[in-house]
Design a binder for this molecule. Sequence first.
Ligand code: DC
Length: 220
Amino acid sequence: MIITIDGPAAAGKGTLAASISKKYNYAYFDTGMVYRAVGLEMHLQNKDLSDQAAALQISQNLTFEHMHELAKNPDFRSALGGKNASIVSAYPEVRKALLKMQQDFAQNPVFADGRPAKGVVYDGRDTGTVVCPQADVKFFITASPEVRAERRYKEFLQKGISANYEDVLADVKARDERDANRATAPMKPAADAVIFDTSTLTIPEVLQKACEVIDEKQNH
Ligand code: DC
């Protein structure tokens, strides 16, 4: 069983993906990690983000193991890490180089401890359209930029990171613009995706609706 969850930053994809993978005992692949890894490695190697050749070389050499090593760096999940990931993810050659690693996971999904899994939940921007167009169930999770910025802003404050709501909102809008308007694999719902707007639904409500779709698919 392959389930894909796409949508803009801070729409609730990660929470939903983690809940679904736990409930059904499926592996989870957060595909934003591949672009965050390349963005961080560019920074660690003092490369300018506009250096597409360097980004391509890093992408070609990136392994699943090294990506998980980089994820331990505090900058990996930072707002800057997300922005840098979004910038390098717009390079078509980078996307091409990172596609196989993402697709291979569906052939042989494993949990973090290496045990094999019977299914996989992907989250990202193009997992239902490009990475796994053959997925059994596809979701597209969205919410207004204001609602998503408010969530991010509260997350920052909870983590003790000082933040300004207007800056967070501007950042969310800039990321949407870049992710949705790039030439290669732009963020958009697959034609056969089920779309949820989390501006009006709580995460438990979305989870319940998503499980109804998955159960229906499994029963047929
Ligand atoms: O989901 P995230 O915030 O970790 O993603 C970081 C960036 O990576 C996002 O702004 C765009 C890019 N990305 C992508 O282009 N395709 C994906 N499948 C996942 C992420």
